[in-house]
Design a protein around this ligand. Structure first.
Ligand SMILES: *Cc1c(COP(=O)(O)O)cnc(C)c1O
Length: 442
């Protein structure tokens, strides 16, 4: 076999092996079912289909169109809406389409949550008034002026009165809710009314919480005032990496379509559209159970960590109403270090999560590279079948590593042993075919 091929295949196999022996806690990740994997490995990955289903610019789309129609129908059913664009190739691309639709070409104006409070890098404008080099450059295709909404650190949520004042003074074209650190539903209802007063449209970036919303938990942005909701399809919604934009505004449908294609899309990763359709069908069937469990596990993990003396934010509100919790690890600064150091230590023990800025980190002089917090998500471990008692086991690993400072190599063996009982994906259809068996991770 070719040397490079061998090398690449071996690395992929090592990666699979490692993740099968790990506790995956990254809040923005999840795993797809074998049936979804099979669709994603199909011939659709070789094809082009520009434009809207039924009005393609390419030949050969007979079956592609039928599957994309099914994908749009399932999206509308899951999110209870009249318009679904399943072409954006990622959540960021869906956001860009929304910015195209709602902000002016020059000097557009948007209000959103600050990145250091949990806003996403794609909310970072190119010429940010309150941004900086790192947080201000990624994202928009043109210069949108951004003013950040007011945030209440004690509630880990947008501050309604402060944000209302900012919206009235700044008079944005778009008010955007949602973010990457997202513990509690945003006050969409209250602030949408203020947005409408100044003539702004309302967007909701549901990248993280899309699955929770579709399954009927968290909040219901389209009925609370959002004109458009964008999302990634691979976080709490356990589909392949892709994006969706949905709306209930009949009058906006043509604008929204045109703002995505041809502006931001050519080929739109048709294999992932097929995989997404299957993931949506799975969530229409299993999502109610699955996402309820995801949230319960997040709260249980918050409690279990708190019980062993690790500081978890928002204990007075049961830690979270989503799939995430945020941990303050500044107590370990002298013994182990900050977020970056702890992330590394946990990784050595096969516990995979990411460091995260706490809302008060910058004010206290900490840097995003080595912040005072960790963000932990329960989407993936729940899909692997873990429940409340496993949350206690996981907290115990944290205690051994951070409090008792055991050798991570020793704890790694315990993690591998623990993970042996969780090797199957739950809340999904059984794969009907063995055609792509060799691609399966589980
Ligand atoms: C993850 C995320 C996105 C987009 O991610 P993609 O990788 O482009 O799908 C957008 N917004 C928020 C709030 C996110 O957390």
């Amino acid at each position: 076999m070719n040397k490079k091929l061998t090398e690449i295949r071996n690395l992929l196999m090592e990666h699979h092996d490692w993740f099968q022996k790990s506790i995956p806690l990254i809040a923005s990740e999840n795993i797809t079912s074998p049936a979804v994997d099979e669709a994603c490995a199909s011939d659709f990955s070789h094809r082009y289909a520009e434009g809207w289903s039924g009005q393609r610019v390419y030949a050969g789309c007979k079956y592609i169109d039928q599957i994309e129609d099914i994908c749009m129908d399932l999206t509308k059913e899951y999110f209870k809406c009249i318009h679904a664009d399943v072409r954006p190739v990622s959540g960021v691309v869906a956001n860009l389409a929304m910015y195209n639709a709602f902000t002016s070409d020059n000097n557009g104006k948007m209000c959103c949550m600050a990145i250091v409070r949990g806003g996403h890098i794609s909310h970072g404008p190119r010429f940010a008034k309150s941004g900086n080099e790192i947080f201000g450059t990624a994202g928009t295709t043109r210069g949108i002026n951004v003013e950040y909404l007011a945030f209440d650190n004690d509630e880990m949520n947008l501050d309604i009165d402060g944000s209302a004042k900012i919206i009235r003074e700044f008079e944005p074209e778009l008010v955007l809710f949602g973010g990457s650190v997202f513990l509690f539903p945003h006050p969409v209802k209250e602030l949408s009314e203020v947005a409408k007063e100044v003539g702004a449209n309302v967007g909701y970036d549901g990248a993280h919480v899309a699955g929770l919303i579709g399954s009927g938990y968290f909040q219901d942005p389209l009925r609370e005032g959002a004109d458009v909701m964008t999302m990634s399809t691979h976080k709490t919604l356990p589909g392949p990496q892709h994006g969706i934009l949905v709306s209930n505004r009949e009058d906006l449908i043509e604008t929204l379509k045109a703002c995505a294609f041809p502006a931001l899309l050519s080929n739109h990763h048709l294999h992932n559209v097929a995989g997404l359709a299957i993931a949506l069908a799975e969530m229409l069937e299993f999502g109610k159970d699955y996402h309820k469990k995801v949230i319960e596990n997040a709260q249980a993990l918050g409690q279990a960590l708190s019980d062993i003396g690790i500081k978890v934010l928002m204990e007075h509100k049961n830690f979270t109403e989503s799939h995430q919790i945020v941990v303050d690890i500044t107590d370990f600064e002298k013994t182990i270090g900050l977020g970056g150091d702890i992330e590394k230590l946990l990784e050595e023990a096969n516990i995979i999560l990411n460091r995260n800025l706490l809302p008060y980190d910058i004010a206290q002089g900490r840097h995003y590279q080595n912040p005072g917090g960790l963000r932990i998500g329960t989407s993936e471990i729940t899909r692997l079948g873990m429940g409340k008692s496993e949350m206690v086991d996981i907290a115990e690993f944290f205690k051994k590593l951070l409090v008792e400072m055991n050798d991570p190599k020793k704890i790694k063996n315990e993690v591998i042993e623990f993970r042996k009982d969780f090797q199957e994906i739950k809340y999904c259809f059984q794969s009907p075919s063995k055609a792509y068996e060799y691609l399966k991770f589980y």
